[in-house]
Design a protein around this ligand. Structure first.
Ligand code: ADP
Ligand code: F6P
Length: 355
């Protein structure tokens, strides 16, 4: 079927480079003579729950979009939309699309958003996915929009922290995002020469980490950095933090979850009261100006997405393999098994100062 009009949406967590991708989609829609509609706040915009249509859907003019191309965040807004997992709500989405004369969609997001795209394809709406997530948890592709930028933000943060840590002789725990994926933390740890990295993919124990920190201190390295992925608490061996901290002079609430701050408190008490501090890099990772690699990928991905729709393709995701932008079926892409770089993890954790 030949396309009359297409739509674009961003879904899930925002990622640096999403605006560059929207810009590229807009440029290429114009190139192929296709009117373009922006759908707001992920799949929510298709469910038409807002009182005003402009809250949900917007005809995108190239002039407006050119102005936002190099900005972080997403001009279309993004959101998670639980209703979209319900088939009845997806029927509502399809009637919105049919009512607007939108024949195909470009969906910029992560694996959850791609699940939604597959469901829309089953209902006869051609969809093409562009990977946008800082987590790097999509195994089929070497690049996702935002990962390189977020890794740079973490690296910059850790470099600054290591400078002040050195001045004060203080070890530091730094937490990076990544949900269930340790890649961001691992990359930043490699880039900064951090002494310890903890990730959800590899089990670890507090005692072993404290012993490694103690070794660093004995060797005279008083500013060692422990980079932790936010998901690493899931792979931590059980530890009674409440009893340990309350018995060692630190107030703590029963049932309180482990965190970077609490890990710092525990390590301090297991390492001769070293002045361990902590920082959570947090949302700065998502709101940063995209690095060139992310924006350049967005440029190519946006072109390929519109071209595929124009050529009558559907149910595809775009990615990078061996440095080349390519596309493949969504279902197959999502089945690709992720391989964690255990070799790099071992290098960071085993080869350190004085060893
Ligand atoms: P990401 O796309 O970054 O992985 P999420 O996992 O939060 O982010 O998913 C984003 C959105 O994609 C969800 O809020 C929901 O609207 C949609 N989605 C996720 N899983 C499904 C599913 N199984 N079926 C339909 N839609 C889904
Ligand atoms: O998926 C991107 C991400 O930033 C994860 O790294 C993080 O766990 C999550 O989103 C945070 O989600 P929210 O924006 O809902 O707090």
């Amino acid at each position: 079927m030949s396309m009359r009009k297409i739509g674009v949406l961003t879904s899930g967590g925002d990622a640096p480079g999403m605006n560059a991708a929207i810009m590229s989609v807009a440029k290429n829609a114009a190139r192929f003579g296709l009117p373009l509609v922006g759908i707001k706040r992920g799949y929510n915009g298709l469910l038409r729950k807002s009182t005003s249509i402009t809250e949900d859907l917007q005809e995108l003019q190239l002039d407006t979009i050119l102005d936002i191309a190099d900005q972080p965040g997403t001009y279309l807004r993004t959101a998670r939309c639980d209703e979209f997992k319900d088939p009845q709500w997806r029927e509502v989405a399809v009637s919105t699309l049919r009512g607007m004369g939108i024949d195909g969609l470009v969906i910029i997001g992560g694996d959850g958003s791609f699940q939604g795209a597959m469901r829309l394809c089953e209902l006869g709406i051609p969809c093409i996915g562009i990977p946008g997530t800082i987590d790097n948890d999509l195994a089929y592709t070497e690049m996702t929009l935002g990962y390189e930028t977020a890794a740079q933000v973490c690296t910059d943060a850790i470099r600054s922290i290591r400078a002040t840590s050195r001045s004060h002789d203080r070890p530091h725990v730094v937490e990076c995002m990544g949900r269930h994926c340790g890649d961001l933390a691992l990359k930043a740890a490699c880039a900064t020469g951090a002494e310890i990295v903890l990730v959800p993919e590899v089990p670890w124990s507090i005692d072993e980490v404290a012993a490694r920190m103690n070794k660093q201190l004995i060797k005279g390295n008083s500013r060692a950095t422990i980079v932790v992925a936010e998901g690493c608490w899931d792979s931590m061996e059980p530890f009674d933090m409440y009893t340990f901290l309350t018995q060692n002079g630190k107030q703590c609430f029963e049932g309180e979850p482990m965190s970077a701050n609490r890990l710092a408190s525990v390590i301090k008490r297991k390492c001769g009261n070293a002045e361990v501090r902590s920082t959570v890099v947090g949302y700065t990772q998502r709101g940063a100006m995209p690095v060139a690699a992310d924006s350049a990928f967005a440029f190519e991905a946006g072109h390929l997405a519109v071209k595929l729709l124009h050529d009558g393709m559907s149910n595809q995701v775009i990615g990078v393999r061996k440095g080349q932008v390519f596309h493949m079926p969504i279902e197959e892409a999502l089945k690709t098994k992720r391989e964690f770089r255990r070799d790099l993890y071992n290098l960071v954790n085993d080869i350190h100062i004085g060893k």
